[in-house]
Write a protein that binds this ligand. Sequence first.
Ligand code: PEP
Ligand code: MN
Length: 690
Amino acid sequence: MELDSIRERLSAADAALVDALAARQRLVLEVAQVKASGTAALRDVSREEDVLTRVTELGRENGLDPFHVTRLFREILGHSLRTQETLLSPGRAAGISVLRVGYQGSEGAYSYLAGLRHFGTHSREISYRGYDGFEMMLEALEAEEIDRAILPLENSTSGSVTPNYDLLARMSVAIVGEEIQEVDHCLLALEDVPLARIRRVFSHPVALAQCGRFLSTLPGCEVEAFTDTAMSARRIREDGDKTQAAVASEEAARIHGLVILKRGIADNRENFTRMAIVARRPEPCDLRVPAKTSLVFATRHEEGALLRCLTVLAEHHLSLTKLESRPRPGMPWEYLFYADFEGNIANPEVAAAVRELQSRSSFLKVLGSYPSRTSAEARPAEPRPRARVTSVEEPQAPPPAPRPKSTGDSPALASREHRAEDTVIPISPGVTLGGSARPIVIAGPCAVESLAQVRACARMVKELGGSMLRGGCFKPRTSPYSFQGHGYDALDWLAEAGAEAGLPIVTEVMHPRDIGPVAEKAHMIQIGARNMQNFSLLREVGQVHRPVMLKRGMMSSIDEWLNAAEYILAHGNQMVLLCERGIRTFETATRNTLDLSAVPVVRERSHLPVIVDPSHAVGVRRFIPPMARAAIASGAHGLMVEIHPDPKAALSDGPQALTFGMFESLMHSLDTGLKPQVEKGLDCEAKRMS
Ligand code: PEP
Ligand code: MN
């Protein structure tokens, strides 16, 4: 009885939510009408940030999880943006009352889901039609049996869907839109049986390959390729065999009445497919919408031909977002190039660039200009952090440096002589390190102890405006009897906590064999102080394409440190950043002595970014905040600090872990105390002391 009454009230609450959403959507339409007559850009990211900040703050006051509120509102804001985009393009597919959309596969396939999202804001009726193959689908488009087709072009883990590029060149079609579909593979079965009972798994071969690692853990289980993910879900239902399972989307489970045995089974968490929305003819795209243009061209058979073509884009300041080459049908060893760049052909300057490109190529076809889902402007807004680090006056351009050391005949790769400008390292979308980018804060526990522990840290870091999550999985410990880290379990927890909070992660490797697997999950690899001169480790990280944070050895000179970086650079990896973490001196009051003068020295000698880890330097919680502020003032490109939800219970480095409260006030002080000038920061400090 009691449950019934609560459920009734829940239903009423749900109805109120839907009413509120409908009211919001009506206002969105009003906004769209006002915008339609103006010239202002459709999207206002700073306004979206305001909205997210306000609602998460309101949520917090009402005891709601800010991450939950952010996720919900991102979806709501995304929907509102799509609605406005659709309304601003009344010419799109004009005259069609029911829009017929084709996709490959059956209901619940990822293309189908992309269609639902893409066309969800169209006010006209949409009818969906599944096709067995892509070519059949595009033939149906040419034959006017459908008005739009959803064509996957690339996947963030398996790469380009090359046959579909060939279809774009061969058939008479155009691109009028794009959609990014998150691919979240689940294992679906008839009933909730233990994983060990599954004997056969069906899915599309690409999906099976993407879940290879998980599938290999199922004992005595066969894997069988099937037409597509959603079809395999249907087959499980039809076969009625409880020992069979399919790899498909959550939506496919819902449509075919299956249960989800396990979610997120892909080897690589960040799995997205970019789909083109294809029509028979190109359609104009509103200039207020951030747009991309796709074209296909062939170069003349002469020296430097491709370079000359691409230079046109650079000269017109058009940023190339994708370049794909495919064999030219019937012309062995000649190629067609597919290029996407940010820009709208409706803009006369872009049109001029394309004409110029045409004059330099032997063939060129514009596939279309359409609203971009991948450009920086299309990236989702974030609520503003409760505190954020603002750059103190950017340390001036590198001063004329004394001649840096050379190795043999050529200058050292780490030196300013080799590269005068600062190296800027992109870590993840939205996080860059080095140059004049805002100094970033990396924080997290010394060691990853449990999912709950690292998750609590991740949320704190994100909320307070930190940019990256740290956590040791393999711990270098002085004593073999101390806690050595939870290894690969810890890596999974760290990756999960980072992904949930939207933070890239960094973790230390100690053995060459761990570099590959760690590089797959971590955005940055740390080489710890004790391994700064482990040359075989340096050689190996020099061969992966992942940023490497090289900590200064506690007994190493700056020169030795730069030479260690040289090992990594010399093996190919140019994404190296240096981390000052204190050196051994005769002083015993602190764990090490923080050598802050290393920061300007390194910045003068090297183009590599340098960050400071005050935690391992001083080893005493209360001395960390002032040294962190001093590090930023000294010109560091970032900070790394250790935090812990309960430092007393920490399994390693407890005495130097900041409590969440201390971390919060540190972040605030970085934001306010240092903003105008260093002197002011010192003033505050003095006042507090007096
Ligand atoms: C760490 O950052 O976890 C660490 C062990 O630091 P260091 O190598 O500087 O001692
Ligand atoms: Mn530590």
